[in-house]
Design a binder for this molecule. Sequence first.
Ligand code: FAD
Length: 389
Amino acid sequence: MSEHIQRHIDADDEAALLETIDRWIERDVRPVVMHHDHNDIWPAALVEQMTEMGLFGATIGQEYGGLGLPATTYAKIITRVSSYWMAITGIVNSHLIMAAAVERFGTEEQKRTWLPKFASGEIRGGLALTEPDAGTDLQAIRTLAVRDGDDYVINGTKTWISNGVNGSCFALLVKTDPRAEPRYKGMSFFIAPKGEGFSVSKKFDKLGYKGIDSAELVFDNYRVPAENLIGGVEGEGFFQATGGLELGRINVAARGVGLAEGALRLATEYAQIRKTMGKPIAQHQAIQLKLGEMVTRAEAARLLVEQAARAYDRGERCDMEAGMAKFFASEAAVRNSEEAMRIFGGYSYSKEYEIERFYRDALLMCIGEGTNEMQRMIIAKQWLKRNPV
Ligand SMILES: Cc1cc2nc3c(=O)[nH]c(=O)nc-3n(C[C@H](O)[C@H](O)[C@H](O)COP(=O)(O)OP(=O)(O)OC[C@H]3O[C@@H](n4cnc5c(N)ncnc54)[C@H](O)[C@@H]3O)c2cc1C
């Protein structure tokens, strides 16, 4: 099993990095968001710029060529970007969860082989867990890997995989022993680069989260060398795959904060410009009540994310903190974008305005990295464990 990886950054370095991100958003992201979102275009130029800024190695250790950022700094970057365009953070995040699985659970050789290429962005990818009949109940997956000499032969289907079309390598969760009881003991995790027998069968047309590709992947007698089995031992895949979820949840929570703050920003501007009954609608109490709730919600969500990220950086168990942050921040994103829609009145319903994108994108935050139904149960179970009678 893995050691916790300690990360640190000086306050000055963090401030300089966040300033670079802010300049990039202003100069390169804001002008192109609506065009890419409305036409569901993969943002090649932005991906190139994120590569140059080192974001594909943001949380990978410096010894492997990454930036080695702590979760607190990473969350701040994700929040800032998401407050303008949430979807592009998914291109980096799924990739970094794949990298984290290798860095935390891989053999030394796997780390030396793969992490520098992940960090430089030479290889980009994501996480392939979900199947058509198994999302929340991950232990019900059916993709099967059978040992054959120095290889494994893999057959099965993965669905909803972020970066599935444009990524070239995935952390792939399979069954190596489908009869094992409990079921998780028969699960293994592979580093799976695209190749013969690995194809993309479908790209999803989605409500939101445009620009980033979500795809169905088919494995038909796909061969992967046994040396790509993460950690080199069968049967540890379930823990390796779910071990990265705390960081994943902090990330989704940070995206939720970004969406909640972005919706608030748009509503705040609009409410001071739009006039009814001779004054800006921001002067009407009904709109002030909304803004008051929205700013409080966004701030509370941000503090929960900070608390979870700090606990993660200290190496503490933080499934409850990450769960609370994910649950609250994603619901805050939905509520704030809905309230902002109301503040925009009829114009909220026009694609000429940005707010409708926040509303479409926010809904996804309640599903990914464990649905909010599951989050509440995780929080409650951990709460009860910490408070026995
Ligand atoms: C845009 C997008 C991107 C995604 N990206 C990825 C990716 O990169 N990689 C990947 O592997 N997956 C990805 N997913 C899949 C995502 O993780 C799953 O959709 C999610 O885990 C839920 O699984 P499901 O859709 O099968 O829903 P189900 O598991 O079928 O759940 C349906 C409903 O039942 C509830 N439910 C299920 N079980 C219980 C229970 N025991 N108790 C109470 N309620 C329960 C759920 O909360 C939900 O409300 C993505 C999904 C989307 C939409």
